[in-house]
Each structure stands twice: as structure tokens, then as C-alpha cells.
Design a binder for this molecule. Structure first.
Ligand SMILES: O=P(O)(O)OC[C@H]1O[C@H](O[C@H]2O[C@H](CO)[C@@H](O)[C@H](O)[C@H]2O)[C@H](O)[C@@H](O)[C@@H]1O
Length: 379
């Protein structure tokens, strides 16, 4: 990845007129009106679109709660069902071995290399909970993370806005990327090369000089517009929650009656028809809308490695831990040319580009603590 060139700009070309942005990235600024299409209280189109385009199926299959899988069985059936689920999980682990059980193997590969840690937030560092505003990390996890960051460069790459994930983690020792990697900040003093054309100089809350990389900055007004529209269309849908994550918008349906899911999906589908430069991705019981740019968590990992001077593959071993579909982009980058290791956090078998697995945030914490012990032994 050439950070100093506008060749390979993350903004995907589209038929609209092109103009040059502040970051020197070519993109179109014109395909939407400043006032934006008005969807206020507008009825959605036929609910057929979202049935045929697979959105509804994707909504149903995202993050299936274990209790729901088991709820229709009596107690002896539950026992046998749990047994079967365990057998399925154990055989899945042949393909995705436990990162705890494979710890020594990982450490052997890390010998004479610098370990660089990347972590997702929700479902990885904090358990999945009904209310996104209450997805707190335990103090034990925070302490493990703080110690890891003392020994290894450590970055959080989250779908949340950078500010929100920083508030939740609360550690100044880490690097942060929000909006699925579309909002990256790191101290200017840690920059390997001083001439990142695509970075903007800024200062953080402590007044320190930082570099900011925001490849989707010109989408800000569009995202704000969509956020307002989503808030409006979900006003009367009990349990729906909309979050503005600066360069992407999340619409949560975890707490919405399943009968209303088609309505939500159809509303979002209708709105996105008016915004050809935005696209939808599915997270865990959340619909996420983001700019159509060639940028994701995988690109953010590459960006961090390059910016911080860790791009020598023979000298660096990056590890990325995440639980969500958006983390797969990062797993793929690390799998390519055997660059590093992706670790998928999951209690259920899932196809993934990760190499290893961990069951839940408790196992993530154990893994982080093992890393710290290893570093202390080597010191
Ligand atoms: O990339 P991440 O840091 O994993 O962020 C992905 C999304 O996480 C949050 O939603 C998820 O966690 C919530 C709290 O546990 C849960 O209620 C929700 O159902 C999950 O989808 C966050 O609120 C989203 O905006 C992020 O995109």
C-alpha cells in the first residue's frame, strides 16, 4: 500500500463528476442534494425487496442467541442439543484451533519478531449486551489491555466512532481507529515517515500532536443526513436504536419485535436507493450504512503497520482479534501471504478467514494475560 500516493485512493470511482478533496483523494461530492431526500414519515415501499435481496435472511442469521436456538426443547432435549452443539464446536475447532491451546505455537512464530496487536471492541473486549450504550469492558480486561500495550504496540479498530470507543476503553496507551477504520488517529511522534500526504495534522484531547487519517471525510454531511432520516423513520418502532458513528450509521434491531424487521429493512432499502454512494453491511443485529469507499478494517491494519514502521513481514507478527463480519477483512489481510494471525471470537461454529479461535471475551482476556506473562518472562 503506497500511503504517499493518490493512486489506489480508497474512494471508489463512480459515474458522478469527480473533484479533489482536502486529503488529495479523488471523489465525487455531488450525487446528493445538501437538503437531502425527505423520508420523514414516508411509508416504505413494498416489503418484497428485502425478502428477495437476502437482507431479511441476513438479519435473522446475524448473532443468533443461544437461548433462542434451544428455547423450543424440553430439558432432556436441551441436554442432548447442548451435547450436539459441543460436538459441532469441537470439530469446528480442528479448523480453527483455540488460540489459548496454540499459544506456544504462536509464540514460536513470534520469536525474533515484533508482535503488534489489533483488537475489535464489541464482542471481543466487551460482551454483547442489549444496550450498546452499556457495553462496558471489565476492569480486569482494561488492566490486561493496559499491560499488553506496555509490551506490544496495540490498536483498537472498531465500528463505533473513535471518540465513543476511546471513552469505553479509556486507555491513552493504545492507538484507535473508529468507523470501521475510516477514522484513524496516532501520535505524530510514532509516525515512521513524516510525509503522509493523506494524513492531517491535529492535536488530541491532551494537546499532543497527532496524525489523523479520515479517507471518508467528505461523506460527513451525507452520513449526518442519513442519521437524521434513520432517527425519524424509527421513531415509532419500539426498541430500534440509531447511532451516529461519524463516518457510518448503525441501526440496531436487537430489541425490536421480529415482526417489524421487514419494515426496518424496507425503510433502509428505500433510503439507500437515494444514496448510491452509501452501502449497507450487516453486523450483529445491526444494519450499518457506510460510504462506498475501498476502505475497511483490513486496510486500516495495513495502514497502521505501514505508518508505524511495522511493514517488514520478516520482523513483525500482527495479530488481530475480532468477532464480527467486518473483522473478516482484517483476517483476510493477515492470512494473505501468511502475514500474521487472525483470531475469531465465537461461541458457535462459523466460516472465517481467521487462523485461530477464542470462545468469548473471557478467553480474550486470558490470551492477553498470557501475552503479558510471556513478555515479562522475556524481559
Ligand atoms: O467493530 P465493533 O467494535 O465490534 O463494533 C461493532 C458494532 O458494535 C456495537 O453493536 C454491537 O454490540 C452492542 C453491545 O454489545 C449490541 O447491543 C449490538 O447488537 C451489536 O451489534 C455498536 O453499537 C455498533 O454501532 C457497532 O457497529
Amino acid at each position: 500500500m503506497d500511503l504517499n500516493s493518490t493512486k489506489g485512493s480508497p474512494v471508489v470511482a463512480d459515474p458522478a463528476p469527480m473533484t479533489k478533496s482536502r486529503l488529495g483523494l479523488c471523489s465525487s461530492l455531488l450525487p446528493y442534494s445538501q437538503s437531502g431526500p425527505s423520508f420523514s414519515r414516508k411509508k416504505p415501499g413494498k416489503l418484497d425487496d428485502v425478502r428477495s435481496n437476502g437482507w431479511l435472511d441476513a438479519m435473522k442469521s446475524s448473532s443468533p442467541p443461544r437461548k433462542k436456538i434451544l428455547k423450543d426443547f424440553n430439558s432432556s432435549d436441551i441436554a442432548s442439543d447442548e451435547y450436539e452443539a459441543d460436538v459441532a464446536y469441537q470439530s469446528w475447532m480442528i479448523k480453527y484451533p483455540s488460540a489459548l491451546q496454540s499459544f506456544q505455537l504462536i509464540m514460536d512464530r513470534a520469536k525474533n519478531r515484533k508482535l503488534v496487536m489489533f483488537l475489535d471492541y464489541d464482542g471481543t473486549l466487551s460482551p454483547i449486551v442489549d444496550d450498546p450504550d452499556r457495553a462496558f469492558m471489565s476492569s480486569e480486561m482494561r488492566s490486561a489491555l493496559r499491560h499488553v500495550a506496555k509490551h506490544y504496540p496495540t490498536a483498537i479498530i472498531s465500528g463505533r466512532s473513535r471518540d465513543k470507543v476511546y471513552d469505553l476503553v479509556g486507555l491513552t496507551e493504545l492507538y484507535y481507529a473508529g468507523s470501521h477504520g475510516m477514522d484513524i488517529m496516532f501520535p505524530a511522534r510514532d509516525t515512521a515517515s513524516q510525509d503522509h500526504l493523506n494524513c492531517v495534522k491535529s492535536t488530541d484531547l491532551q494537546g499532543k500532536e497527532v496524525n489523523l487519517f479520515q479517507p471518508a471525510s467528505e461523506f460527513l454531511p451525507m452520513i449526518n443526513e442519513v442519521f437524521k432520516t434513520f432517527v425519524d423513520i424509527t421513531k415509532d418502532i419500539k426498541g430500534a436504536k440509531v447511532e451516529n458513528h461519524k463516518f457510518c450509521v448503525s441501526l440496531h434491531y436487537r430489541n425490536v419485535d421480529e415482526n417489524s424487521w421487514p419494515l426496518i429493512a424496507q425503510h433502509v432499502h428505500d433510503i439507500l436507493k437515494e444514496y448510491p454512494r452509501l452501502r449497507l453491511t450487516h453486523g450483529r443485529k445491526v444494519l450499518e450504512v457506510r460510504p462506498v469507499i475501498d476502505w475497511d478494517k483490513g486496510k486500516a491494519v495495513e495502514f497502521f503497520l505501514e505508518s508505524l514502521g511495522f511493514s517488514n513481514q520478516n520482523a513483525v507478527l500482527p495479530i488481530y482479534i475480532g468477532d464480527d463480519r467486518t473483522d473478516e477483512d482484517a483476517f483476510r489481510v493477515l492470512r494473505k501471504r501468511n502475514r500474521g494471525y487472525g483470531i475469531l471470537v465465537s461461541t458457535v461454529p462459523k466460516e472465517s478467514s481467521a487462523f485461530f479461535s477464542l470462545r468469548d471475551p473471557a478467553e480474550v482476556q486470558e490470551f492477553l494475560e498470557s501475552l503479558v506473562r510471556m513478555a515479562q518472562q522475556d524481559a
